[in-house]
Write a protein that binds this ligand. Sequence first.
Ligand code: FRU
Length: 494
Amino acid sequence: MISEKLKKAREFEDQYGPFIKDKNRPDFHLTPTIGWMNDPNGFSVYKGEVHLFYQYHPYSTKWGPMHWGHVKTRDFLHWERLPVALAPDTEYDRNGCFSGSAVELPDGHQLIVYTGVRQVREENGELHEHQTQCVAVGDGVDYEKYEMNPVITAGDLPVGGSAFDFRDPKIWREDGKYYIVVGNRPADGSGSILLYESEDCLSWKYKGVLAACHNQYGRMWECPDFFELDGKHVLLTSPQEMTAIGLEFHAGNGTVCLIGEYDREKCHLLRENVQAIDYGLDFYAPQTLLTPDGRRVMIGWMQNWETSNCQPNYVRCFGQMTLPRELSVRDGRLCQTPVRELEACRSYQILYRNVHLGGLTTLQNVRGRVIDMTVTVRPAVRGGTYSWFKINVAGDGEHMTTVRYKPECSTVRIDRTRCGFPHDIVNVRDFVVSARQGEIKLRLVLDKYSMELFVNDGEQAATTVIYTDVSADAISFDALGGAVMDVEKYDLIL
Ligand code: FRU
């Protein structure tokens, strides 16, 4: 049975979605059918296809009562739109169906677990959001909310856990049982990730605190994901109210990856390394899935809460997802590269070798806004060095977005100050990369309104949205001091 609210949302997107012209959307990064999109949800394989849901407010380009938008894909690049999956249409989720995840059940159904939000005026007059975990079961298009929802409530929290910050369950199946990790705010006011176990996804048992923030990496930890990768266990989470730690974690809404050993007995992650997930300006709330061929693939919201109300007013739909990325753990660090499916879209190869840079340089046929380009730069003289190297993309006389590498301090800077943003917001981010005697490999994937940078075969990723008109497609290179580069550039054609 489809509720009035869900019917209305489906009709709304059918009516107005087609007005958004394809030319105003990126070619292969997902945007909402209409309106607003934030976190990826329910990123999972169901009946051999990859399903992705997202936090969705179809009625405006601003965040509002959360629905779940829905798409599916076979190659992570072409997305088939499906009708809105969930609307905030029950007592326990009347103020929003917040983030969650999905799993295929042995009986062939798909189960969604999400956070139901209900605002309550407390006795003292304060308005609080009560957050509980709920489930819905469906066939890949229509979902029925469980009649006994919510399935995890304040009563299932450890002592001191907040019922108002308790959200974003991520589900997986292991050894015939189901597990979820959920973000929570413990008594110290910061964040923690709780673990629950179930035989049937309906009745859940609290198992313990998988990891706690102790006010070290931001405060409330949102959108957790937990999985095994390359012999380690990896916990991804997105902390709110982060204060910067050197150049590793920036202030505001950040992302954190904890890598270590999982003590199953104690239900606890013994952390060995903590790092940012993405070092750019626009990346939050990522979620992963395991492909049938064994790849751990991550997708993130290619935005940041800090700047999400800064879109130009001509934008008809707001929010993009990143390119899905294959994850690995190398030398105790999380690495990420674009899904290999992207390589099938590479056309018109342009190659340059040993280009000596002595000032601003352009190369014939190296331009474009939907491209995959790898640039390797090194000192012109073996054992020598140079002061800096720059790549400028999305350029015209007025605009450009820049990637700069400084060998002396091993830092990379992405700078979109001149990308045409109509707001005075954070536009620059620096991060430390591994030192390799002045040699660095920079892979840039551009898709009209974004730039995703992968450093040294995925040791680090840095993502930024740009609003530059697509006619600004010039690319130039620059260096101070003796540098030499190789360039391999492809147009991406879908
Ligand atoms: C993260 C988040 C989640 C929440 C959702 C609401 O971006 O705040 O914690 O479920 O967005 O849209």
